[in-house]
Ligand binder design. Structure first.
Ligand code: ANZ
Length: 821
């Protein structure tokens, strides 16, 4: 009988062992084990989709698992949890199509995901599993909402949503393509609905500045900074011309327009103004003959998306209102237009247009024949193209000759003194639209007083507010969402007063904005998490996930965490100290994996063919974790071979016992050196998340040692420990075969002696006139004379130098000898 490496036998055995023995249970504060330093390593928890796991998932999960296992062996109390982000659109859409309740779909998808994840041997503490759709979990999501409401951070406002009349439902932005519904291609219009908003803008400055101290990829930080979009500038007051002012006053509105500009220095070049079509002054100030055209344009603009409106390439359209405003420095009257490239949602919804120095204004001015006045000297012909750069001011009496930054300061001070303007900071970040007209989400725990706009939040004791069961998921045609169908649930009578429940639910982002805090204290029935757990576990030391979450999830979670900090519920300002993004895994054909291309790799199939350890290894060996890289079947097979070699290093395949070559004797000096070098390389590479090169070092080690007639026991034991975070099933099996009774999960990680990791022989490249002609082995730190002597004995080098004089000799100790002839 053969006793070859057999993952089908080894892997399920160890997986059950770990589950039964709760090997990876993290100690809670106060419990034995909690005296150790803590390490919290987190994966972005998945949405359990119907398609099951995809080979992209295990890449990040394997990386964090290696770190978790390594840290345990380094003496840390490691928290490594997994859970399910299970509310969301796909389950609901599936319910609409098939009538299967999302709860049923979700439960079966979770089962599939869990089975697949377990088959990969990850060292999660399953006692901490969370599911965002479990009332015991979302009770606290609702509790957090009540806290936000109490702090004035949750409010209602009339906000545009995508309404599809034909489907009778509100659509998410992802469900709208070019103004049509993704399903069926029906027209989508914008309607205003009263929606819940969260005041993330109140945290804009902190969300920005606190990025500085985080150990995150620079690219992700830059994306967050752009999203927050801080601009410094000024608000400037333009008085309306007399006719428009009279019309505005008659309508009970202000007789001036305030604009937001980041270029107050260009004020002398502002030859017209533009209001967003939705600006409240528009209807009032439009001259009688213009009104009809203005209102028609406004209607069209409202139905367009912001992205289409601000597209630079798009032709500029607009309409003159017939009204004028007075430029505060020139005293001249400028015409007021409305145009859809000005958005109501940014700044003040009104701009001073400077065609000479802003490309969009330039295009608009050319289309409408408005004068273009140069105020910053740039060189090019300002009539042909806008100059947006820096330079000296011209045609601007108050600030002539000054460079742009000084001109900005001076003109802003002047405006402030004259009470015509103020310095302001603006953010692109908008408040977070928090309600969805959906069924499969957390109910928002508030009551509306019938017939009024009054809101009564539920008491925390009334939580969870359980999502009522619905049989029928078809849209109702009521924009308030499917929950209006839950007739018994919808209305509440209390003390003789009638209330109606909120029928909007929370967005999918809600549950994932705090799950990392539930993991630290998942069973707590009295609070979302305890202070002790927060003190002990937070912040997350390492968070790994895809870069697609660079902005929204990470920004929302940071925002909530800052609120928790302000409430005294969290002691750190930031939740995720170190972030790492794994790269995308492409299909074997180098294309993005997709069902339609037929290039999707199913991890269960790979496990069946080569085993989970081989799959884990390949996920990490493919290349640097952050790179995008294609799948390779041959590569997976290569990993399997390497594991077979590792098995044969320890085991006699014929006898099924330890190899006779394994001897209880100390390693030679040479092997000792190899061992220390390997320990050092693997240790440093795991710390630096360079798993592919750590694996190369392990492979080199096996190749070097495998065929030796005598192998010291210490060597294979150390090797087994080093391999175990990557191939934990094989690691445990070999460890047991080497005679150890217990799991190796808590064995001490091998240490190295730095002095023994340096070779005493070095290889030096020998160049002749800059071209490499040979290599020589010499003792470390050998002198130039010695290296030269060795070089001249080398066949390859001799050919090129014989009979020639050396013009120069360049020598870099331990690296290069260049003989210039
Ligand atoms: C005059 C000006 C002159 C401008 C110039 C730019 C260049 P950021 O940097 O993105 O914050 N703006 C202001 N509010 C707007 C709105 N609601 N919709 C569209 N555009 C708006 O952009 C600020 C600049 O964008 C502002 O500065 C304003 O144009 C325009 F040579 O004012 B500027």
């Amino acid at each position: 009988m053969s006793h070859a490496y057999d993952p089908k036998q080894i892997e399920p055995k160890w997986q059950s062992h770990w589950v039964e023995k709760k090997t990876f249970r993290a100690a809670n504060p106060g419990e034995p084990g909690s005296e150790k330093p803590k390490y919290y390593v987190l994966d972005m928890f998945p949405y359990p989709s119907g398609a099951g796991l995809h080979v992209g998932h295990p890449e990040g999960y394997t990386a964090t698992d290696v770190v978790a296992r390594y840290k345990r062996m380094r003496g840390f109390n490691v928290l490594h949890p997994m859970g399910w982000d299970a509310f969301g659109l796909p389950a609901e859409q599936y319910a609409v199509q098939t009538g299967t309740h999302p709860r049923t779909t979700t439960a079966s998808n979770i089962q599939i995901f869990k089975r697949q994840i377990r088959a990969l041997g990850f060292s999660y503490d399953w006692d901490r599993e969370v599911d965002t759709t479990d009332p015991a979990y979302y009770r606290w999501t609702q509790w957090i909402f009540l806290k936000l409401y109490e702090k004035g951070l949750a409010y209602m406002a009339d906000v545009p949503v995508n309404w599809c009349e034909a489907l009778g439902t509100v659509l998410a932005n992802e469900e709208v393509i070019d103004g049509k519904s993704e399903r069926g291609g029906h027209p989508v219009t914008r309607v205003y609905l009263r929606q819940w908003m969260l005041k993330i803008t109140e945290y804009a400055e902190r969300l920005l500045t606190d990025l500085d101290d985080l150990d995150w990829p620079e690219r992700i930080k830059a994306m967050q900074r752009n999203w927050i979009g801080r601009s410094e500038g000024a608000e400037v007051l333009f008085k309306l011309g007399s006719e428009a002012a009279a019309r505005a006053k008659a309508a009970g509105l202000s007789d001036s327009v305030t604009v937001f500009t980041t270029r107050p220095d260009t004020l002398y070049g502002a030859t017209f103004m533009v209001l967003a079509p939705e600006h409240p002054l528009v209807e009032a100030i439009a001259a009688p003959g213009k009104k009809e055209e203005v209102l028609r344009y406004r209607k069209q603009a409202i139905d367009k998306g912001d992205l289409a409106r601000t597209d630079l390439a798009k032709e500029k359209t607009g309409v003159a209102t017939g009204a004028f405003a007075v430029n505060p420095v020139t005293g001249k009257e400028s015409p007021i237009y409305i145009a859809d490239y000005v958005l109501i949602t940014y700044g003040t919804g009104a701009i001073m247009a400077v065609p000479a120095h802003d490309a969009r204004d330039h295009e608009f001015a050319r289309t409408f024949g408005i004068p273009i006045v140069e105020v910053v000297k740039g060189g090019a012909d300002i009539q042909k193209e806008a100059f947006e750069g820096d330079g000296a001011l011209v045609n601007s009496p108050l600030i002539d000759g000054l460079p742009v930054p000084e001109a900005k300061k001076k003109i802003t001070a002047w405006l402030e003194e004259k009470k015509l303007g103020t310095k302001v900071v603006r953010y692109k970040l908008r408040d977070w639209l928090f309600s969805r007209q959906r069924y499969w989400g957390e109910p928002i725990p508030v009551l509306h007083v019938e017939g009024t706009k009054d809101i009564v939040p539920l008491s925390p004791d009334d939580l969870p507010l359980v999502l009522p069961d619905l049989e029928d998921f078809k849209p109702t045609g009521d924009p308030a969402g499917p929950l209006v169908k839950a007739k018994d649930w919808l209305t509440v009578e209390k003390n003789g007063k009638k209330y109606r429940r909120e029928t909007n639910t929370m967005p999918q982002w809600a549950g994932s904005s705090w799950y990392f805090l539930r993991f630290i204290d998942p069973k707590n029935p009295k609070e979302p998490w305890s202070k002790e757990a927060d003190q002990y576990w937070m912040p997350v030391d390492l968070y790994v996930g895809g870069a697609e979450h660079a902005v929204l999830h990470l920004l929302y979670a940071r925002f909530w965490h800052k609120v928790f900090y302000d409430l005294g519920l969290a002691h750190t300002k930031e939740p995720f100290q170190k972030l790492f993004n794994q790269g995308l895994i492409l299909g074997e054909d180098g294309q993005k994996m997709s069902k339609s291309r037929g290039n999707v790799v199913n991890p269960e199939k790979v496990i069946d063919e080569v085993g989970a350890d081989a799959l884990r290894l390949f996920e990490l060996f493919m290349g640097p974790l952050e790179d995008t890289k294609p799948w390779s079947t041959a590569g997976v097979v290569g990993m399997r071979r390497f594991l077979e070699r590792s098995w044969r290093l320890v085991m006699d395949e014929e006898a099924g016992t330890l190899r006779p070559a394994i001897k209880d004797e100390p390693p030679s000096e040479e092997l000792e050196r190899l061992l220390h070098k390997t320990v050092r390389k693997v240790t440093e590479d795991i710390e630096g998340l360079r798993f592919n090169t750590a694996l190369s070092a392990l492979m080199e080690f096996v190749n070097e040692v495998l065929s030796r007639p005598a192998i010291p026991r210490k060597l294979v034991e150390t090797y087994t420990l080093l391999l175990s975070p990557f191939a934990p099933h094989l690691g445990e099996e070999l460890w047991a075969r080497l005679g150890h009774g217990n799991t190796l999960a808590y064995e001490s990680w091998p240490s190295f002696d730095a002095g023994k990791t340096i070779d005493d022989q070095v290889t030096i490249a020998v160049q002749v006139s800059g071209k490499v002609r040979g290599k020589v082995q010499v003792p470390r730190d050998a002198s130039e004379a010695l290296v030269k002597e060795a070089a001249l004995q080398d066949e390859g080098v001799r050919k090129y130098v014989e009979g020639k004089d050396f013009k120069k000799v360049i020598f870099v100790p331990n690296r290069i000898l260049n003989l210039v002839v």
